[in-house]
Design a protein around this ligand. Structure first.
Ligand SMILES: C[S@@+](CC[C@H](N)C(=O)[O-])C[C@H]1O[C@@H](n2cnc3c(N)ncnc32)[C@H](O)[C@@H]1O
Length: 273
């Protein structure tokens, strides 16, 4: 029986009011709920806790937004909102009430590790709790990773996660990546730009940090009508201004982000003049 049908049967909430799927982060279940009364939400959450012993907390999630990509999440039942999530051999300590975790980027996190060449120095401009940085430091051939994060809560979690995974080849910087970039000219073989929207605004800082030849993993969101003309134009314009040439080594859709909007990534091979 599906989650939806099972919960409808046990709670007497109409089946079309119950989500067809849910997200598990560690032992926390995140549910996107439509228009149902608060009392029904609590009943649903309490029933989940009884039926699924591995779930310790149930939270309602209403989306992710703002500069820090913070979730709008509320605990409905259970213990705290902090957990340890394991993915691809990496442990992520996370408080889901104020930090996001996108399972939709799982394949991209794996792919990136394979792309990295022996001895690379890597700058992760939007490190968050270490979504990309931790796996890259642990499993790739990189020499070292410099992880920059502006949100203090995410930065603190990043520091904890570096220790939790016993990594010694990452250093973390708290601050705006455009400001941090100023003290790191021509120093990175690769810059990871795991952020959107309007990632192009940060591309000059990424190029500034690259060695004369290097790679940028450029993420962004675009309307499906804009693919791939607009993303390429965005890069062309900035590379012209920054006096460098580029080649697109790879471009792909990562996931659907909103109706008609794709989260995409382009691997840019940059050569500075
Ligand atoms: C949440 S992550 C994006 C998701 C991630 N790529 C993944 O794989 O799930 C983006 C991070 O960039 C941080 N951020 C936003 N603007 C920033 C800036 N100007 N400098 C440094 N970090 C920034 C946010 O606080 C957030 O933690």
């Amino acid at each position: 029986m599906s989650f939806k049908s099972k919960m409808a049967k046990l709670t007497d909430i109409r089946e079309n009011k119950i989500p067809g799927s849910y997200q598990m982060i560690g032992d926390i279940m995140l549910l996107k709920l439509g228009k149902i009364h608060d009392a029904q939400k609590i009943k649903l959450a309490d029933t989940v806790l009884k039926e699924f012993p591995y779930v310790k907390t149930v939270c309602e999630i209403k989306g992710v937004g703002g500069e820090f990509r913070e979730p709008v999440a509320k605990k409905l039942a259970g213990n705290g909102t902090e957990t340890i999530h394991k993915e691809n051999g990496i442990l992520y300590r996370i408080d889901v009430s104020h930090l996001m975790f996108s399972k939709g980027n799982l394949n991209e996190r794996k792919r990136l590790i394979e792309e990295i060449r022996q001895g690379e120095t890597i700058v992760d401009m939007f490190a968050g709790i270490g979504y990309f940085s931790l796996g890259v430091a642990k499993f790739s051939n990189a020499k070292n990773v410099i992880a920059i994060e502006k949100n203090t809560k995410a930065y603190n979690a990043l520091i904890e996660n570096i220790q939790l995974n016993k990594l010694h080849n990452i250093s973390a910087i708290l601050g705006d990546c455009r400001i941090a970039a100023k003290s790191m000219p021509n120093s990175a073989d690769r810059v990871i730009m795991g952020y959107f929207p309007q990632t192009e605004n940060f591309l000059p800082a990424a190029i500034f940090m690259l060695k004369p030849k290097g790679t940028i993993n450029f993420h962004n969101t675009y309307n499906k009508r804009e693919l791939w003309k607009k993303p390429i134009q965005d890069v062309e314009e900035i590379c012209k201004r920054m006096e460098c040439s580029f080649k697109i080594a790879n471009k792909k859709k990562v996931k659907s982000y909103a109706p008609n909007v794709w989260h995409v990534v382009m691997d840019l091979e940059i050569v500075k003049k």
